[in-house]
Design a protein around this ligand. Structure first.
Ligand SMILES: [Zn+2]
Length: 145
């Protein structure tokens, strides 16, 4: 049986491969971030990389694109039980999208002090404790480079 940490590292390797697939012509523009969404059985629903510059879309972060594709795969916006794996700590928009999609957990590689996902999730969690449902579990520093 695969341990939880080994699964997270396996998923992070997949997200790193997605990040590395950024086309060379956009690599200099788009930060090479990769994201993968897995269902509760660990089956990959979707994968995406940053396309903000390539698509001239301010919301085209890897996490948002992967969450959208996973929701399309499932045919519903709720991604309960799913895991979002991303190579870089999500920004506030992506942390909010993960929360809105009701993912069970967020696994990220390198911390991004500029993005402060954990504090965003903590802020959401405080709100959730008072008003809403459970927050996703966060696993950080998986395969930091
Ligand atoms: Zn983002």
């Amino acid at each position: 049986m695969t341990s939880r940490t080994a699964r997270h590292e396996q998923w992070m390797r997949r997200a790193l491969a997605v990040a590395a697939s950024t086309p060379l012509e956009t690599a200099a523009l788009d930060v090479p971030v990769g994201a993968v969404v897995l269902d509760s059985d660990g089956r990959e629903l979707a994968a995406a990389r940053n396309e903000r510059e390539a698509g001239a879309d301010p919301t085209a972060h890897a996490e948002v694109l992967a969450l959208r594709a996973a929701a399309a795969d499932r045919g519903e916006w709720r991604l309960a039980g799913c895991t979002l794996v991303v190579t870089l700590e999500p920004c506030p928009m992506c942390a909010g999208a993960a929360w809105a999609a009701q993912v069970a957990r967020v696994v990220y590689g390198a911390a991004d002090l500029k993005a402060w996902c954990e504090s965003q999730l903590a802020r959401h969690e405080q709100y959730v404790v008072e008003h809403l449902e459970d927050m996703p579990e966060v696993r950080d520093w998986v395969l930091p480079s």
